[in-house]
Ligand binder design. Structure first.
Ligand code: NAD
Ligand code: LMR
Length: 327
């Protein structure tokens, strides 16, 4: 039997975690051959709820779940963790933009970055989900100087999945036929869901789509605003779909992306596509052996550049807002 992997999850008593932990324990993220130990963190006021979640995990008798640790101390949660899912943060409510959360949540990520630097396994892989996710990931990177910045990413897989869902519906195609989607930029309303490289069974979607006006008039705004519309409709921010995106993101990062496809991950920019280095930006990536590579040399239209620049400028502004936390 393989050695267990320690997975730390913050915000473990919250909504996303309630849809996520049982799937991780079931093996959906790392397969059913990989034993795991869950190290669950939440704030002191949420400890009772968290203990209840731990009881339910126990009662599921998942064969690969070796141990559940429940704590309000990040040092305990992050100790020797090889995978860390930073979900714990306030979600926005109706009428708020994700950016409104920056002052509320940024301090948490600075503190957790420092603790991860000291206590997590040196090769730990960290996914930031708590909003504003890209800038929070930048805060973690800058506060964890001993960790490889390539081992920190933030989640735009939900946006990627939302974009695929819209196209599948529009063209009445099975989800699995749609490849090479990408959502560039920030996990915010400025993100750029980009159909121009997407394919259905090897054919460019742009050659199949009868109505190209649909892209600017419906596709892009629908994907950009999907989080807001879910909040307006459900009364709470998306949780099960976010948990599903966490599973997909981590599965592909660790076990590899599909050979004829790529995925969207927000990672530290390195100058690719004229996005200046040093911000956490959504790019198309392929993953092999636990590492990601930004897909290079995709042609970008003028309109695409305009959208990407807008998202870049927003990220730059966010990073200036929290520059005192950038170490
Ligand atoms: P929630 O309010 O249901 O749960 C958040 C949990 O985090 C709570 O249990 C809270 O006590 C805990 N928490 C707060 N501060 C903490 C800290 N310092 N340490 C540990 N735990 C802490 O919220 P949710 O619906 O689970 O959403 C969590 C975050 O994920 C929000 O910021 C939300 O906006 C974000 N989100 C991101 C995406 C994405 O695609 N990136 C998608 C959905 C939600
Ligand atoms: C989402 O995209 O659903 C999340 O980021 C939650 C939100 O605030 O929109």
């Amino acid at each position: 039997m393989k050695a267990p992997i320690r997975i730390a999850v913050t915000g473990a008593a919250g909504q996303i975690s309630y849809s996520l932990l049982f799937r991780i324990a079931n093996g959906d993220m790392l397969t059913r051959e990989q034993p795991i130990i869950l190290q669950l963190l939440d704030i002191p006021q949420a400890q009772q709820t968290l203990r209840g979640v731990a009881m339910e995990l126990e009662d599921c008798v998942f064969p690969m779940l070796q141990q559940v640790i429940v704590t309000d101390d990040p040092k305990v949660a992050f100790r020797d963790a090889e995978i860390v899912l930073l979900i714990g943060a306030r979600p926005r409510s109706k009428g708020m933009e994700r950016n409104d959360l920056i002052e509320i949540n940024a301090g948490t990520f600075a503190e957790q970055g420092k603790i991860l630097n000291a206590f997590a396994a040196p090769h730990v892989k960290i996914l930031v989900v708590g909003n504003p996710a890209n800038t929070n990931a930048l805060i973690v990177i800058r506060n964890a100087p001993d960790l490889n910045p390539k081992n920190v990413s933030s989640m735009m897989r939900l946006d990627h999945n939302r974009a695929i869902a819209q196209v599948a519906r529009k063209l009445s195609q099975p989800i699995g036929n749609i490849k090479k989607m990408v959502v560039w930029g920030n996990h915010s309303d400025t993100q750029f869901p980009d159909l121009s490289h997407a394919e259905i069974r090897g054919r460019k979607i742009l050659d199949i789509l009868p109505d190209h006006n649909w892209i600017e008039s419906e596709f892009i705004p629908t994907v950009q605003k999907r989080g807001t519309v879910v909040i307006e409709t459900r009364g709470l921010s998306s949780a099960a779909s976010a948990a599903n995106a966490v599973i997909g993101h981590m599965h592909d990062w660790i076990l590899g992306s599909h050979h004829d496809d790529w995925v969207t991950m927000s990672v530290l920019s390195d100058g690719s596509y004229d996005i200046p280095a040093g911000l956490v930006f959504g790019f198309p990536v392929t993953c092999h052996n636990g590492d990601y590579q930004i897909v290079q040399n995709l042609p970008i239209s003028k309109l695409g550049h305009r959208h990407m620049l807008e998202s870049y400028r927003e990220l730059l502004k966010e990073s200036e807002q929290i520059k005192h936390l950038l170490g």
